[in-house]
Every structure is written in structure tokens, then in C-alpha cells.
Ligand binder design. Structure first.
Ligand SMILES: [Zn+2]
Length: 272
């Protein structure tokens, strides 16, 4: 037996609408002057769209963990925050949150946009911290190991949940030394993006190696992940550890042991 279908009166189409008529879209499409459109057709006139197009044209990767500061002018950030605010307003609307009347949700779209650009993803949009190097080439130069503990705040690319922890950065001093705070500044610049802990560990090792010109670099990161604590497995005491070893740290067992012994001493001195 088939049931007779009765349309919901609330969902009835308006009487003037006829399904066989084409309804022209009123949406205006802007094209930024001076851009080469030949390969991608039209581009909507957002600044983010224009920047994305330039990166695609140059085969520049712009994943959540990549730094794209070379593609931004100083004045772009404010404009991008405005565009992102409008986009977050749409997200809040889709979540059915009354951002007009709920006093706590009124400025949320703007707050989110500013927080992404200026804080939790700042390491994508800012140039690398200036790490002035001092020569380490005199007769009594420092040749030992240096281990610096850096506090990290990051965000996972998968869920945009907070990641917090510490990185232990070890190097064997080369011809150049950088200020102690620079290790942490570089680590935080790498962390303030959408990351995977494994990639973050690699990124810190690469950037420290670049700034110090030392091939002997080790990075150990331990962190807790909001995406394991606040959702999914809800594991509030889970801890993830990753290690990247390069040069002597990888090849020489004594150097590797000294690095991990140093970490243990640091942890005894100031448990995290
Ligand atoms: Zn996650």
C-alpha cells in the first residue's frame, strides 16, 4: 500500500515561481585588474583569492603549516581579517547562533579572525624571527652541546584544537651562535600554525639548523593535544612525544645519550 504524498504547506514554492524558467543569478563577480586570468578563468575579487592565485601560479605550497609571508604586504593583514570576519559570520549563521542578539556572540566572528591571524596562526603570516648570529670561531670557542627548553603553543591542522607542550632543542655549537631566546622564538614561529606534531618537530630542526648553520641538531617535543582531550577518545592525560635527530645526534650514541640525559635533568629541575 502506498501512502499519498502531501506536500508540507510551509515548503510550498511561491506561486510566481515556475520550475522551467531560468532564474538569473544576481551575484556580481569582480576581476582584479592586472592579474593573469588565463589559466584559472575568473576569480572573485577577494584579496585572499588574489593571493591564493599568485601562490598557485608559482607552485607555492600553502598548507596550514606553511609560512606564506613572502606573499603578503604589511597592509594585507587588516584586509584579510575583514574578509575572514565575514566568513566566520557565515559559519556562525550556519551553526544557527544568533550573533545579532546573543551578547557573547556579537563580536565573535571578528575575534576569531583576529585570533587566527595575530595569534594561533601568526607563524604562517610573519617573517622568520630575526636571529642575529655571533661568531664562535676564536681559539677557546664553545664546542659543547647546548640544550634549550622552549614552551610551545600550537594547533592541530585536523581539528583546529590547541596543542601545548615543550620542545627541547639540542645543538652542537658550530661557527655561529644565536641568542638563547632565539631558539624559543624560532620554535614558536614554527608552532603558531596549523601543524602535525611530527612535522612541527621537523620544521623546528630545519629552522634551527638554518639559523645556527649547525648540522648537528636534535629536537624532542612532548605535547598534549586538544583533539585527543576534548573530543574523540577524550584522553585527558595523553602525551605525544616526537624526536628528530640530525648529524652527530643520530650517528653518535654518546651524543644522543647526552641529549636525553640533559632533557631528564631539565625535567627534574622544572617538571612540566
Ligand atoms: Zn587533531
Amino acid at each position: 500500500m502506498t501512502q499519498k504524498f502531501t506536500p508540507d504547506p510551509a515548503l510550498k514554492p511561491t506561486p510566481e515561481f515556475k520550475s522551467d524558467e531560468y532564474v538569473p543569478l544576481k551575484k556580481e563577480v569582480y576581476v582584479k585588474a592586472g592579474e593573469d586570468m588565463s589559466d584559472k578563468g575568473y576569480q572573485e575579487g577577494t584579496l585572499a583569492g588574489a593571493i591564493r592565485m599568485r601562490m598557485r601560479r608559482d607552485n607555492k605550497r600553502f598548507w596550514a603549516g606553511d609560512n606564506i609571508s613572502d606573499y603578503l604586504h604589511d597592509s594585507d593583514k587588516e584586509h584579510l581579517i575583514t574578509e575572514t570576519t565575514l566568513a566566520f559570520e557565515k559559519v556562525l549563521d550556519a551553526l544557527l547562533i544568533d550573533r545579532e542578539n546573543d551578547p557573547n556572540s556579537k563580536g565573535t566572528a571578528k575575534r576569531l579572525a583576529k585570533m587566527y591571524f595575530n595569534e594561533i596562526m601568526a607563524g604562517r603570516y610573519e617573517q622568520a624571527p630575526d636571529a642575529t648570529a655571533f661568531p664562535n670561531d676564536s681559539a677557546d670557542r664553545y664546542e659543547g652541546m647546548l640544550v634549550v627548553r622552549s614552551e610551545l603553543r600550537s594547533m592541530c591542522s585536523h581539528h583546529h584544537q590547541p596543542v601545548s607542550g615543550v620542545a627541547y632543542i639540542g645543538i652542537i655549537a658550530a661557527e655561529k651562535l644565536i641568542g638563547l631566546s632565539k631558539y624559543t622564538r624560532i620554535a614558536q614561529w614554527c608552532a603558531r600554525r596549523g601543524t602535525l606534531q611530527e612535522e612541527l618537530c621537523n620544521d623546528i630542526a630545519r629552522e634551527i639548523s638554518k639559523a645556527t648553520e649547525s648540522e648537528n641538531v636534535a629536537v624532542y617535543v612532548q605535547a598534549v593535544h586538544g583533539c585527543c582531550e576534548n573530543r574523540g577518545i577524550m584522553a585527558h592525560s595523553s602525551l605525544t612525544q616526537t624526536t628528530v635527530l640530525k648529524g652527530a645526534f643520530k650517528e653518535d650514541q654518546g651524543t644522543k645519550k647526552e641529549f636525553f640525559d640533559n632533557i631528564k635533568m631539565q625535567q627534574e629541575f622544572a617538571p612540566r
